[in-house]
Design a protein around this ligand. Structure first.
Ligand code: MG
Ligand code: MG
Length: 624
């Protein structure tokens, strides 16, 4: 199925938008009038530019307040339409989109609207142009696609069809059943937009919060199911008004748009099987079995400090890379890689970002298929030279230019520690850490939807609802992606305030990246005691927190005393308890968390403000 996107979805000038749209692999583009008006050239220049990029102009938008006008406005409206037809002729575009009338002086009545469309259809057909009628959710007389379709049906003109826009349909929670009964040749265009469910006026919701399929909450598969029922094989066009997209780079947002449609169509193919025949096959979302390793990059000084911290956390240095200055640290099922080599990706990452997490490796069921899917989703594959006999691990670019590697059990990729590393004698001193519970990544606010889609489209993960966490410097928006069994949990955090810990992390670190890693333990009290013995500084939690905890829970006094003495935060939900403790900041950038999860499903959001305030006190640059 061919795809298209509206110029209004992207930032920049028209030429920049068109180049980004073509580079992302779209076949078509909806040209918005505002983009044409600000373009330094004639409509014919636009037509030539579009053709030179291999694109087709799907439609020219918008044409408002057409149907049901009384005279003398009606005559003027038709004259206005004729001028638009002239312009469309110069643009080389044959579909005019008309959204339902919102003018206070417009008149209702299906037959009146149908008669207007019949006359417009006559005029359009003479020029080889078609007309699509779309019900705006806030239209004055027509606000429901079923009414728009009734107008089109009664007008009964070959040049007039109905446009289906998922936002207008879902925002009014309109039943989808009637879509299936529209003949496919009467559907002029299908426009797709997702959005979070919000309680607000529909116009603001539409103009600021639309997003790409998969980034919001609308049941778009049900919508697509109804569209497929009609046999429609025309264009799927993204029409997204979103402030974050208008703040981001046109190229990135265009790629996200393509990715969203590739992912949506893949889901349709899986749902419908052979009935979804115009959709190409691709490997399924990768089943994630866990985090195989997290790789830190550091110069020699920072590497020495990090190695001491790893040892303090109970990790053993179990291997040394055969050809590079890279060590392997292990405890329970956790593997950490410390890279201070003077060559290669990790080194250049270190030069830009300082000591940081430069890569994560996921254990998946099929690494090659995961890379194949990633490439089809327009993720960016990464390769670098490896030593003789060493493994080339499939990888794509992740957040902030970091890498996301994929290995699988049962192949050479599952034996990477034996192949690439020389084993060292195991030390003792483990602190009871079992596995990585979750990884938290901080990013710019306008990147959040992008990385959400990246993970959800590639991996078999679900997303939790968005959550706002109070930081002393402002609000941090947080959303978690996790695999059904919890083998992978990644928290995505972003803030529009410059003063939050999340934002200061971005500033000091020169970009987005891993902010903290939470290690799971089966006995947090024993683990924290062991860490203290090892000289690891833990984050101090104020006494007030425990006084409040005592007041709002039924925890016995000795249990509370134990939490208080060890700086452990507590939460519980319907499914269990959650205990958290934090290592005091490492260089003010990333940090480590220790958690004991007893069936609990969340991430201790209730405790986040306490933790953030305690961390802010530690940092000299903390918000006042
Ligand atoms: Mg629309
Ligand atoms: Mg956490």
């Amino acid at each position: 199925m061919q795809t298209s996107i509206a110029t209004v979805s992207l930032s920049g000038g028209l030429a920049e938008k068109l180049e980004a749209i073509a580079a992302a692999g779209f076949a078509g583009v909806e040209i918005f009038e505002s983009d044409l008006l600000s373009f330094n050239g004639t409509p014919r220049d636009v037509a030539r530019l579009v053709a030179s990029l291999g694109l087709k102009i799907v439609t020219f938008q918008p044409f408002r307040d057409f149907e049901g006008m009384p005279e003398p406005q009606r005559t003027r409206t038709f004259a206005r339409a004729e001028r638009k037809f002239d312009l469309m002729g110069e643009l080389g575009c044959d579909l005019m989109m008309i959204c339902s009338n919102v003018a206070p002086d417009s008149l209702g009545g299906v037959d009146r609207a149908a008669a207007d469309f019949h006359e417009l259809g006559e005029r359009a057909a003479k020029r080889g142009i078609r007309v699509g009628f779309e019900a705006l959710a806030w239209g004055r007389h027509v606000s429901d696609y079923r009414d728009a379709w009734e107008v089109v049906r009664r007008c009964d003109h070959a040049a007039v069809g109905v446009t289906l826009d998922s936002f207008h349909i879902f925002s009014r929670r309109t039943d989808l059943k009637a879509i299936s009964s529209i003949p496919r040749d009467k559907i002029a265009l299908v426009q797709l937009a997702d959005a979070p469910w919000l309680e607000m006026d529909v116009i603001s919701w539409s103009r600021h919060f639309r997003c790409f399929p998969g980034q919001g909450d609308f049941p778009l598969l049900d919508f697509m199911n109804a569209v497929f029922d009609t046999g429609y094989e025309g264009l799927l066009s993204l029409e997204i008004f979103n402030d974050q997209f208008r703040a981001g780079s046109a190229r990135t947002v265009a790629v996200d748009g393509r990715r969203s449609l590739v992912y949506l169509l893949d889901q349709m193919r899986r749902r419908l099987g052979a009935a979804a025949k115009p959709v190409p096959a691709m490997p399924p979302r990768a089943k994630c079995l866990g985090v195989e390793f997290v790789e830190f990059t550091a110069d020699d000084v920072a590497a020495t400090e990090l190695a001491a911290l790893f040892a303090g956390l109970g990790f053993s240095k179990v291997g040394e890379h055969r050809s590079k200055a890279v060590t392997h640290w292990s405890q329970g099922a956790i593997n950490l890689v410390l890279n201070s080599d003077k060559d290669g990706f990790a080194h250049s990452y270190q030069v830009t970002h300082g000591p940081s997490v430069c890569a994560m490796c996921l254990k998946v069921n099929d690494a090659a298929a995961t890379l194949d899917r990633a490439e089809r989703l327009r993720d960016t594959p990464f390769r670098q030279a490896v030593g003789p006999g060493e493994l080339e691990i499939p990888a794509v670019r992740g957040l902030g230019g970091s890498l996301l590697y994929f290995v699988e059990p049962g192949s050479a990729l599952g034996r990477l520690w034996d192949i690439d590393f020389k084993p060292l004698p195991q030390g003792g001193g483990a602190a009871g850490l079992i596995a990585i519970d979750h990884i938290s990544q901080s990013m710019h606010y306008d990147e959040m939807l992008s990385w959400l889609l990246f993970y959800v489209a590639l991996l078999d993960v679900n997303k939790t609802p968005q959550l706002d966490v109070i930081d002393p410097g402002g609000i941090v928006r947080s959303q978690v992606i996790q695999s059904p069994d919890g083998a992978l949990r990644i928290a995505l955090n972003a803030s529009q305030s410059q003063q939050t810990l999340s934002s200061r992390f971005l500033y000091e670190y020169f970009g987005s990246g891993v902010q903290h890693i939470a290690f799971g333990t089966g006995d947090i009290v024993a683990t924290v005691k062991k860490l203290r013995e090892n000289g690891v500084a833990m984050l101090t939690i104020p006494d007030n927190y425990y006084d409040d905890l005592e007041a709002r829970t039924d925890l016995p006094a000795d249990r509370l005393g134990e939490l208080r003495a060890n700086g452990i935060l507590y939460d519980r939900d319907d499914s269990g308890e959650y205990l958290q403790a934090y290592i005091a900041n490492v260089g003010g950038l990333f940090f480590f968390e220790i958690v004991e999860r007893r069936g609990y499903k969340g991430f201790g959001a209730v405790n986040a403000p306490i933790r953030l305030a305690a961390q802010a006190r530690l940092s000299p640059k903390a918000a006042a």
